[in-house]
Design a protein around this ligand. Sequence first.
Ligand code: AP5
Ligand code: MG
Length: 379
Amino acid sequence: MDVIKILDKTFERYLSAVEIEAAVTRMAMEMNRRLAGKPPLFMCILNGAFMFAADLFRRITVEGAQISFIRLASYRGQTSTGAVQELIGLSEDIAGHTVVILEDIIDTGVTISYLMKQFQALNVAEVQTAALLFKPGALKCNVVPDYVGLEIPNDFIIGYGLDYDGFARNLPEIYRIKNTEPMLNIVLFGPPGAGKGTQAEFLIREFGLTHLSTGDLLRSEIAADTPLGRQAQTFMDKGELVPDAVVIGMIKHRIESHRDAHGFIFDGFPRTVKQAEELDRMLEELGIPVSGMLSLEVEKEELVSRLLNRGQTSGRSDDRDAAVIENRIQVYHEKTAPLKQYYANQGKHFHIDGMGAIEEIGQRLKAAIETGLKKLHRQ
Ligand code: AP5
Ligand code: MG
């Protein structure tokens, strides 16, 4: 069967059992070669990686190889990603071992970066990472796995251990979401601290979209110490906008490298009329215009309090200083807020109350997409 339905979503077959087996075998052979002489302790990250780990481990021939199973519990908190994670189930003393983390999939790279730090802190000899599936297009951290089975586009996938709401883990093949809807391109808008990043995470999963956050892209350039990053940092540290030409070039490159996306969530872009005009031009060329702008409205005191709060843990230089936060909000009002009118003129502006609980706001956005944006899109 090439197409299956799980709950409310339809999926199409993407990787056959034979293709998966070939990838796992290839990874095992590479591990047997590279790990010879340093008996590895494989760490399977539950739940998703259980099937991959079982198939891989039975092909490992390195003497002294061991396997262990751990899981990560997530709860919402005050970090840059909005999620704090805790490692559960590590019972043995792993100091001195060569640890190989087994993940079914690496997308944003946030989890694997966290895990690597946790293991490094436990005085292991070495930490290596292996992912059956790797989505370079979704990456937000600077992570390159040591072993990769297959590189895949940024689609929502299930099967072979991966689930949709707990279902489909038992499928021997991998399926990806089938999108029969027209491409959704959402401008997720709002002042600093409005919850753009937080809500984007939810919407990506809900609608199978690709997240393009200029703030995140710029921060990864800074982390990698590239010339672009060094140039951007001077503006970001002061809460000023990075020049249009820089961000437009960056976004253009990303859109072009995600031609197979089901749609985009633009987070923190556009921020000036010039950027909005350029975005319209780029998307028109591809025949996939902006579907609508969802503008999160949040009171100023709440914005400042959220950002200062996050500043205690996020490591974001622009979150620590009240004067910089003040400037970011002012720059927003001067240069960015006029975009609401820009999209209103196109009949594409949707006002969303951004005050209240995260889940509640997520539901408001979802409703606006389903009742407003999609309808607009079909006209
Ligand atoms: P979060 O979800 O992070 O909010 P956000 O709207 O994403 O806030 P940012 O600080 O990322 O916005 P920004 O626009 O200043 O930054 P950007 O990276 O785009 O939520 C914030 C906090 O509140 C979190 O701790 C979260 O957990 C919490 N929270 C969320 N919802 C909540 C709720 N309902 N209740 C309670 N707490 C909640 O840009 C940074 C800089 O990059 C810019 O200043 C600029 O210099 C540069 N830059 C980026 N894009 C451009 C561009 N297009 N052009 C020019 N320069 C650019
Ligand atoms: Mg953000």
